[in-house]
Design a protein around this ligand. Structure first.
Ligand code: BJW
Ligand code: ZN
Length: 247
């Protein structure tokens, strides 16, 4: 694969990389995206399901949606895009700022992960906030489980629309974005805020922005370089180019 010369020169001289990732990076692992060409949640409308009022109104249905997604996540594994991001750690200071809740970056072995929208493997009680791992509920038949301490409804530990992102994680991710040399924006429609401020912050502080996506997005006009194609193919190629500088 041939890359733009300016990008290659930036990559040669960079020390610190941020990968801002979204659902598209896990698409090649078999996990559907929310929006875009093959976004199956289009039919299920994330804005309607991924909010607290929807959960209060119909907790069983929302819980079942997450159980269904957990099953897909459990059956999937990191793809070459996740692995390449981990491999960049051999030569760079790497931070992964992800909107994904699927933990595939963690399973690929990445060390500095900022999960802006939580993690689908965790749950907590909406009343006493006690955390519960999914193991507590494997035996449960159907419907939303109740807190073992207070009987409250148990919800997934993810960030729904209208909810605050984990403040320290977001602030730490912003610091990383402000200090990186290159910010890769991979597999995200970049329409959900405040997460989408991450590449904006990077750019304001002088980072070179590289987008990797199968189609153009909201952010395409603001990046320095767009590479169109599957992240699971492009990221390993970029890593291969980077590795050659260090031999
Ligand atoms: C490939 C590929 C391949 C496919 N290779 N690429 C400013 C302006 C406007 C609105 C707002 C604003 N600030 C806040 C808002 C409101 C709202 C918001 O952003 N709304 C917009 C949608 C209009 N934001 C919020 O509500 C946030 N909270 C908040 O602002 O709180 C404020 C507050 C203040 C004071 C008190 C209280 C609150 C919270 C947002 C939470 C988002 N949550 C979700 C669900 C998480 C849990 C779950 O997973 O169920 O997060 S929604 C969903 O969207 C999920 C994702 O992380 C997020 C982003 O989606 P992502 O990852 O970009 O996926 P897709 O599907 O959109 O895109 C996939 C891309 O991949 C596509 O481009 C494909 O082309 C590409 N692709 N295959 C490369 N192989
Ligand atoms: Zn409780």
């Amino acid at each position: 694969m041939i890359f733009d010369e300016k990008f290659i020169s930036k990559l040669k001289n960079a020390r610190s990389l941020v990968f801002f990732t979204g659902a598209g990076i896990s698409a090649e692992s078999g996990i559907p995206t929310f929006r875009g060409k093959d976004g199956i949640w289009n039919k299920l409308k994330p804005e309607e399901l991924a909010n607290f009022n929807a959960f209060l109104k119909n907790p069983d249905m929302v819980w079942e949606w997450y159980q269904y997604r957990r099953k897909i996540v459990n059956e999937s594994k990191p793809n070459p895009g996740h692995t390449a991001i981990k491999d960049f750690e051999n030569h760079y200071d790497v931070s992964v700022v992800t909107q994904n809740v699927d933990n595939l970056h963690g399973r690929a072995g990445s060390n500095n992960i900022y999960e802006l929208h939580g993690n689908i493997e965790r749950n907590y009680c909406i009343d006493c906030l006690k955390p519960f791992s999914i193991e507590h509920y494997r035996a449960e038949s159907k419907g939303v489980p109740k807190c073992l301490e207070c009987g409250g409804l148990v919800r997934p530990d993810v960030v729904w629309f209208g909810e605050m992102l984990p403040q320290k994680i977001f602030a730490d991710a912003e610091r990383k974005a402000e200090h990186c040399d290159i910010c890769f924006i991979a597999g995200t429609s970049a329409v959900v805020y405040p997460a989408a401020y991450i590449p904006v912050s990077a750019r304001q502080h002088g980072a070179f922005l590289v987008e990797i996506n199968i189609e153009s997005t909201e952010i395409s006009h603001h990046v320095d370089y767009s590479i169109f194609g599957n992240s699971g193919e492009i990221l390993p190629e970029i890593y291969k180019a980077a590795r050659s500088f260090f031999n």
